[in-house]
Write a protein that binds this ligand. Structure first.
Ligand code: NDP
Ligand code: GDR
Length: 350
């Protein structure tokens, strides 16, 4: 039985990856942070009392800012594969907590890599790198050879994570790979990321529980894929004989505005845009009411205007292609949020 260690197991990707690895028969160990409230909602359905037979999932307290804990965890578990998904992952929040973001998203990567090196545990390593590295884009679409231009403390920290992963691969021969993943979403997406914020608000408006929601830059463009598709590539990358770095994307780009329009269209509603700049509003054409307003609070000190990935290398070398694209993704998400409102026992994203 193969053994995997996942940091960030309580997050969107961590929960889908844990499901995938357990289905493949892995023993899965996850690092969780102590919190004053429960933070395991996305993995509760996978967890069994460790005293029972056939348990596959084990949780350990830890933190990417605590190297002695990471060293001990590695020595204790002796994983075959390590997936470093843990991070302060919100771009706008990183402007508020830049130092902490660097601790967890930059030095956290070094701490795990160095734990691998110093303990001698021969684990393969996956680093959750990001399209935010491309930031102020230097070429369209972006591929593995596109120069980086990070635009936030988050992206700058992730750039360190990218290079230290590559450096430990070259310097110490570690099997360490970067997945440069473009935005990927799901019904389990955190509620403050733009897609989920839209689908939750639209579902509530549709059910008469809310009147209006507030957005930042709705002309930003992203290449949005489905998280369940994207975790497959993480596993696939660690099954290769040689470690390498791959761009993972759908190759389609849409505006936030289109995401709103498509979400309302799935509900049988239309959106009409009126006004300009911070005065712009979205009017629901079925009711004539204003459902969206702009709030400059959501503008970022430095914005990433557009991202579009070219996943040709992943397709060529790993045979990977995204199964779900924009329309289907919006449908999955809005249906998930409607279901969540209608059925309090519904466990999100199953
Ligand atoms: P989430 O924000 O949903 O999950 C982040 C996870 O990291 C949570 O489990 C969180 O724990 C944990 N975490 C945060 N800080 C620490 C820390 N200091 N020590 C240990 N664990 C910590 O992110 P996603 O699942 O969406 O993303 C997974 C990874 O992929 C992240 O590294 C993200 O930056 C990266 N990424 C994400 C993309 C996306 O579109 N989703 C695209 C490209 C990269 P807790 O639950 O306690 O908060
Ligand atoms: P991003 O995702 O910054 O790309 O990072 P997010 O969904 O937060 O923003 C996408 C774009 O939408 C614009 N936007 C808003 N964003 C939020 N969150 N809230 C709003 O109200 C709003 N209005 C407009 C943003 O300005 C931005 O342009 C995500 C994270 O998962 C990172 O961890 C990951 O590395 C990248 O995707 C790839």
């Amino acid at each position: 039985m193969k053994r995997a260690l996942i940091s960030g197991i309580t997050g969107q990707d961590g929960s889908y990856l844990a499901e995938l690895l357990m289905a493949k028969g892995y023993e899965v160990h996850g690092i969780i942070r102590r919190a004053s409230t429960f933070n395991t909602g996305r993995i509760d359905h996978l967890y069994k009392d460790p005293h029972l037979e056939g348990v596959q999932l084990f949780l350990h307290y830890g933190d990417l800012t605590d190297s002695s804990n990471l060293n001990r965890t590695l020595e204790k578990i002796h994983p075959d594969e390590i997936y470093n998904l843990g991070a302060q992952s919100h771009v706008q929040v990183s402007f508020e907590v830049p130092e902490y973001t660097a601790e967890s998203d930059a030095l956290g990567v070094l701490r795990i890599l160095d734990a691998i090196r110093s303990t001698g545990v021969p684990a393969r390593f996956y680093q959750a790198s990001t399209s935010e590295l491309f930031g102020k884009v230097q070429e369209v679409p972006q591929s593995e050879t596109t120069p980086f231009y990070p635009r936030s403390p988050y992206a700058v920290a992730k750039q360190y994570g990218f290079w230290i992963t590559k450096n430990y691969r070259e310097a110490y021969g570690l099997h360490a790979s970067n997945g440069i993943l473009f935005n990927h979403e799901s019904p389990r997406r955190g509620e403050t990321f733009v897609t989920r914020k839209i689908t939750m608000a639209a579902a509530r408006i549709h059910r008469g529980l809310q009147e209006c929601f507030y957005m930042g830059n709705i002309d930003a463009r992203r290449d949005w894929g489905y998280a369940k598709d994207y975790v497959k590539i993480m596993w696939l990358m660690l099954q290769q004989e040689k470690p390498d770095d791959y761009v993972i994307a759908t190759g389609e780009m849409h505006t936030v505005r289109e995401f709103i329009e498509k979400t309302f269209a799935h509900l049988g509603r239309g959106i009409e845009w009126r006004g300009k700049g911070v005065e712009e509003v979205g009017v629901d054409t079925t009711t004539g009411k204003v459902v969206m307003r702009v709030d400059p609070r959501y503008f970022r000190p430095a914005e990433v205007e557009q991202l579009l990935g070219n996943p040709a290398k992943a397709k060529r070398d790993l045979g990977w292609e995204p199964a779900v694209k924009f329309d289907e993704l919006v449908k999955i998400m809005i249906e998930g949020d409607l279901r969540l409102l209608d059925d309090p026992n519904y466990e999100i994203g199953f």
